[in-house]
Structures are given as C-alpha cells and as structure tokens.
Design a protein around this ligand. Structure first.
Ligand SMILES: [Cu+2]
Length: 102
C-alpha cells in the first residue's frame, strides 16, 4: 500500500511539473524574473547569433549548462526551494532572479 501511495505522489508531481522556457535574445534572458516550483524544468533557448551560457552558484540548485550554441536548447530541473540568480558566464550583464517554492 505504501508503494502505491508513493507511486501516486510521484505521478501527481510530474503531472503538475511545468517546463518554463527562457529565451536568450539580444544578450538578455527573457523573462528576467521567474517564479517556479520544485520539480519544474527551465529550458534555455538561444535565439542570438552567438553562444550563451547559464549557470548558478546556488548551493541547492547548482548547475552550469556549458557553452550553448545558436539555435539550441538546454534544460535544467529545479531541485530545491529558495532564491538564487542565474547568470551567463560569457555576458556578465545577463541575469535572471529565480524564486522557487514547493
Ligand atoms: Cu550570454
């Protein structure tokens, strides 16, 4: 019975998990602020004619998607609640403020 309940919780979680698309255009993350939930996926889409990056040093949600070429997408899953910034290692002015709730 316990297994069934756990399975249901897992399925329900994935049903409500969202994919949030962030565009990288004119050296800007669009949108520049995000309100997401644990389990959501952020997908970065590079619409500029040059490479971008996205990373965070936040301890709970640390990631670095590496070099992201024009026209490609890369996704990261949000693991823990909190607040953090996402930046581009190539263009220091690019910034997203992220708030994660349960
Ligand atoms: Cu960039």
């Amino acid at each position: 019975m316990k297994t069934v309940i756990l399975l249901l919780l897992t399925l329900t979680g994935s049903l409500f998990a969202r994919e949030i698309i962030v565009d990288q255009k004119d050296k800007t993350f669009i949108p520049g602020t995000l309100n997401v939930k644990v389990g959501d996926t952020i997908t970065f889409k590079n619409s500029d004619p040059f490479s971008h990056n996205a990373y965070t040093d936040d301890e709970d949600n640390e990631f670095d998607i590496g070099m992201q070429a024009t026209g490609t997408t890369k996704s990261v899953k949000i693991k823990k609640e909190g607040e953090f910034n996402i930046e581009c290692a190539i263009h220091p002015n690019m910034l997203i403020k992220v708030k994660v709730t349960k």
